[in-house]
Each structure stands twice: as C-alpha cells, then as structure tokens.
Design a protein around this ligand. Structure first.
Ligand SMILES: *[C@@H]1O[C@H](CO)[C@@H](O)[C@H](O)[C@H]1NC(C)=O
Ligand SMILES: *[C@@H]1O[C@H](CO)[C@@H](O)[C@H](O)[C@H]1NC(C)=O
Ligand SMILES: *[C@@H]1O[C@H](CO)[C@@H](O)[C@H](O)[C@H]1NC(C)=O
Length: 405
C-alpha cells in the first residue's frame, strides 16, 4: 500500500495504520469500528441505517438566515418573527416528510448581523424543530456563516459540543476557521453491515460577509474565497475514495451537499427543468473573485467527477446547493458530466425572497436500497413546501434529461 505525494499531509498519520486489520462490530446500533483512515467511520457514533422498507429519507433545508434583527439595516425589526416563521416551516416539512436525516445546507444565520456574545444561539433556533423530533442531522456552512462575529469553525465546535448525540457534522480537512467543514457520513443497509450502502458528502464553499452594524470590517485575506479550498479538499476526497476502494472494494453511491453551487450550475440553468429559476440568467456560483471566473473551483469539481466514477458514471446521485434562494430545480447534461446538480430553494424567512420562492420549502431525497443497487443508482427527489404540498418530483439517474446527456 503506498501513498503518493499528493496525499494531504494531515491524513498521513491516520493512513499509516491502514495495513492493520479492519475491526468492526456493532452493539445496540453503536458502531465501534476501527476506522483505518476512513474519516467517516466515527467510533461511538450511532450508525445511520435504512428503514425496514429499505428507505432512507433526507430533508435538506437551506438559507435560514436567522438573527437578522441585530443588524441596523431596514430588516432590523422583523428578525425574531422571521426566525419563528422559519421554525414553523421546518416543523411542518418534518412532520409531513418524517425524514431519517436533516441537512442544513448553509447560511444558518445572517452572520453579519449577530453579536459575538450569543451568535451560536441562532444555531439553537435553527436546530430546534429537528432536535425536538430526535432526527439526526448535519450542516454545511455558507458565506453568511463567516462574518465578523461568527465563523464556520465556531459553528462546528458549538454544534459538536452541544448536539453530540444527534449531530454528525465534522471538520476533516480544509482551512480553518473559514473553510474546514468538509466530511462524509455513511448510511448502512442494516446496523450489522460494515460497508455503507450510501454516503453523504458535505463540503465547505467558504466566503465571508462583513458586518453591517456589529463590527463591520474588511474581509480577512484568509476568507476571501468563493469556492471549496483547492489546496486541501480535492486531496482529502481522493484519499478517502482510495481507502473506500481498498477496504470496501467500491465507492458507495453519494449525495453531495455544498452551500454555494458549482459553476456548472450556470450552464445548466437555461435548460428546461421543474422548479424555480428566479436568480437567472446568472445564478451565483463558485469560482468567482471580484466578478472574474478563476477556475479554482475545478479541482473540487474534478474530484466530484471521480466520485461519480468518471463522466456518466452515475455514482453521484446529486450535488445540491442553496445560496441562490430563487433556484429550486435539478438538471444534468454533458456539461455537468451527467451529474445531477440540484438547488434547495430556501426554508428561511430571513434573507432575500424572489417572485416564485415566497412559499418556503425543503428539498427531499428518498434513497431506496433497490434503487441504489441497480446497474446505475437512482434517487427520487422533490420539493416539500410549508403549505403542505409537494412539487417538482423527479427520479435522478440516467433517464433524467437523457436528451441532454
Ligand atoms: C442576543 O443578545 C441580545 C442582547 O444583546 C438579545 O436581545 C437577543 O435576544 C439574543 N439573541 C438570542 C438568539 O439569544
Ligand atoms: C450601521 O452601523 C454602522 C457601524 O456602526 C454605521 O456606520 C452605520 O451608519 C449604521 N447604519 C445605519 C442605517 O444605522
Ligand atoms: C403551495 O405552494 C406551492 C409552491 O408555491 C404552490 O405551487 C401551490 O399552489 C400551493 N398550494 C396550495 C394549496 O396553497
């Protein structure tokens, strides 16, 4: 077993034990696996499993933008009412969908408007309806979660310290404190399995928003990026993928979550797809610095293609983003190497709202074991709204938008 110089230095020490025997067993659903470098196999964490009917349902919420009262802008007065309304959206969607897992896909708060003394209280507000229903969850982090009085690392450490039993959020790779929320979480067909049936990957697209009233300052150099870190995260993905191939003889089908969409989303946006298209013609995406496209999001994107099993490999079921509140579609084409790119819409009453996105929503993914074990895996997805309706249901896989692939 040999690792090349491209392996991220932080991973090397854990990989040295790779030659050791893989020890794994389960007691009462608690995994006590030895990870052998597989960062998502976390000792003492309850294993996530498909239900008796072979389903595992994920609801993703994005762009909650809590905490807006404490800015001194025009929104100053209605923040707390908005936050209560956001909680109602989550409660309604969770009761209607009854998911096995919840993903908060970034911009949990409007960080430029919060105070350092209690910024993390806004995470409590965001998590409360999910915690009240005892649903496991994790987060990606958005550009508004990096601000003068809050950053991704503070949010991650607070979540780990206060929600240890339900939260699966980690920081495996990436620059601290503004871009370290990169990790994966396994989902098993049954709790005695050692090889997952699916993986959920979470990535940190960084960026920073300066304060408007509680300590406005310049953007720190270390935060002035609008894409997943190209120096550490691609290496992390490649190393983890290699370990999966070696230890499991496969890379399980994947759902991918990252707050700011990949740039290929702009190319797919004009294609006919169900869902909102309000932030077009140019939905904001990764890779831009001062309005110039840098291409520095591509090292990350190329590792997503590798996870997919190459162009048209079909192993990445969807890469889903928030950030553009007025986009809620899924599309795929040769421009995205056949990988479905999906948008969340938005569940928050904070932040901006567009013509068609006033009815807040979550995006649902229903993983099914039989669907995952076909020649090419597929996943069913739809939007679930606060008015208790659903819409835009599609099955993502080789048949979806086949005419563009
Ligand atoms: C944060 O602190 C302010 C007072 O400084 C308080 O009015 C506000 O309610 C607090 N927010 C939360 C979410 O606890
Ligand atoms: C908001 O706060 C900043 C910094 O304290 C101040 O410069 C600005 O004038 C304030 N804006 C309003 C609308 O009050
Ligand atoms: C619920 O909201 C959706 C999304 O805006 C809309 O398409 C639908 O017509 C609404 N249905 C009802 C019954 O209000």
């Amino acid at each position: 077993m040999c690792f090349t110089a491209s392996v991220h230095p932080r991973l090397v020490s854990t990989m040295n034990i790779f030659g050791a025997l893989l020890l794994a067993s389960t007691v009462g659903g608690r995994s006590i696996s030895r990870s052998n470098g597989l960062a998502g196999i976390v000792e003492g964490k309850t294993k996530l499993t498909f239900d008796g009917a072979g389903n595992f349902k994920v609801v993703s919420f994005s762009d909650m933008h809590t905490g807006e009262r404490w800015g001194n802008g025009s929104w100053a007065d209605w923040g707390p009412a908005n936050d209560a309304a956001t909680q109602n959206v989550h409660a309604t969607v969770l009761d209607n969908e009854k998911p096995n897992y919840v993903v908060f896909n970034g911009d949990m708060m409007t960080g430029e408007n919060v105070f350092a003394s209690n910024a993390t209280n806004y995470l409590d507000i965001v998590f409360a309806p999910t915690v009240a229903r005892s649903i496991p969850f994790s987060c990606t982090h958005g550009n508004h979660d990096n601000a003068d009085n809050i950053n991704h690392q503070i949010e991650i450490e607070y979540e780990q310290a206060n929600y240890a039993s339900l939260s699966y959020t980690r920081s495996d790779a990436g620059p601290q404190p503004y871009g370290g929320g990169n990790y994966w979480v396994p989902v098993y067909a049954k709790s005695t399995d050692t090889v997952p049936a699916a993986i959920m990957w979470f990535f940190d697209s960084r960026s920073f928003v300066s304060g408007t009233g509680n300590g406005p300052g310049p953007i720190p150099d270390a935060a002035n990026f609008y894409w997943v870190d190209e120096n550490t995260v691609p290496q992390y993905i490649a190393a983890q993928r290699t370990l999966m191939e070696q230890q499991w003889s496969k890379v399980p089908p994947a759902l991918v979550f990252v707050h700011i969409p990949v740039q290929k989303a702009q190319i797919l946006a004009p294609l006919p797809s169900e869902g909102d298209h309000d932030d077009e013609p140019d939905p904001s995406t990764q890779g831009f610095l001062n309005n110039d496209y840098t291409g520095l999001d591509l090292p990350f994107w190329n590792e997503i293609i590798a996870l997919n099993g190459g162009s048209d490999g079909g192993n990445v079921l969807a890469i889903t983003s928030g950030h553009d509140h007025g986009e809620s579609w899924c599309a795929r084409s040769t421009d995205s190497s056949g990988i479905p790119i999906c948008f969340n819409g938005h569940s928050g009453y904070g932040g901006y709202v567009t013509t068609h996105s006033a009815m807040r929503n979550g995006r649902v993914f229903e993983l099914n074991l039989a669907d995952l074990q076909g020649t090419v895996p597929v996943v069913r997805t739809w939007n679930s709204y606060e008015n208790s309706t659903t819409n835009d249901e599609v099955v993502l896989g080789p048949d979806y938008m086949a005419q563009f692939n």
